[in-house]
Design a protein around this ligand. Structure first.
Ligand code: MF3
Ligand code: CO
Ligand code: CO
Length: 279
């Protein structure tokens, strides 16, 4: 059983219900999503061999402060940074450190900025200098996967249609989809209902309705889908140490499709592609 409520008319104490937002909520998400996208745009120039992920974290902390936003991850369940930086075989939730990025690394940077209480959650995969063809292919697969997932977002489709489109494509490329982390409702809460798995069966799950707002954030591995969490309690890595990639958008279901809130104003959502086009 699913229940939907109008987000601005009810105080929710419990989960199990899916908020539906009106144009006011969409406008707030547009603002938060665009600031997050701007933050990720800044990093396009900054991600270079030799830079540390702590330096990048600092840049985003300052950017948020200058723009009246709060990074949602600071103090989130004991997390202490403004961004997550997941390098190579790190699947997600990598913690910024003082270790420099190296030529050939691939790094996912995930940012959630809170603007007026609304959460814009997005991540991109940045190549560090020149990367291997194998890493390039993984990035291409991941960006094509999110695109195919987003194409399924329209009223009447099911949540399972999103995961099915992503999984089917990724596995057809002989890569795998992580099961342990999923997309999520987002808005005035960081992680809300519903869950959006990046795997599944067409025609199953909750029906998408106009006004739903959630993320799609597939994690794609070149090896097996299995992950483990390191002793720091956060860093998720592939069990087989294979390369892993991710990208993420926050979006809202519209009358006949969806609106992506976290599109890059500069067309830099896929930094690898943007880099190639600039050459
Ligand atoms: N931004 C991540 C997501 O896409 C969540 C990061 S939580 C943290 O849902 F604490 F690890 F930062
Ligand atoms: Co998210
Ligand atoms: Co995120």
């Amino acid at each position: 059983m699913v229940t939907y409520i109008e987000a601005n008319k009810t105080k929710r104490k419990t989960l199990g219900i899916i908020p539906l937002y009106d144009e006011e909520g969409f406008a707030k998400m547009r603002k938060a999503g665009q600031l997050t996208a701007q933050a990720l745009d800044i990093l396009f120039e900054k991600v270079r061999p030799g830079v540390t992920t702590l330096e990048l974290d600092r840049i985003i902390f300052e950017f948020a402060k200058d723009n009246g936003a709060i990074p949602a991850t600071i103090f989130y369940r004991g997390y202490r940074h403004s961004i997550c930086t997941s390098i190579n075989h790190v699947v997600c939730h990598g913690i910024p450190s003082n270790k420099p990025l190296r030529e050939g690394d691939i790094v996912n940077i995930d940012i959630t900025l809170i603007v007026d209480g609304w959460h814009g959650d997005s991540s991109r995969l940045y190549p560090v200098g020149n990367i291997s063809r194998k890493a390039e292919r993984l990035i291409e697969i991941t960006y094509e996967a999110i695109k195919r997932g987003i194409e399924q977002v329209k009223p009447g489709n099911k949540i399972g249609d999103i995961g099915a489109a992503i999984q089917q494509y990724v596995e057809s490329q002989r890569a795998s989809v992580v099961r342990d982390f999923v997309g999520h409702g987002v808005g005035q809460r960081f992680h809300d209902e519903p869950n959006i798995p990046h795997f599944g069966t067409k025609g199953t799950g909750i029906e998408l309705r106009e006004g739903m707002i959630f993320t799609i954030e597939p994690m794609v591995n070149l090896g097996r889908p299995n992950v483990k969490i390191l002793a720091d309690g956060w860093t998720a890595v592939t069990r087989d140490r294979s390369l892993s990639a991710q990208c993420e958008h926050s979006l809202g279901v519209t009358k006949d499709g969806c609106e992506i809130f976290t599109n890059s104003p500069k067309g830099l959502f896929n930094p690898l592609e943007a880099q190639k086009n600039n050459k």
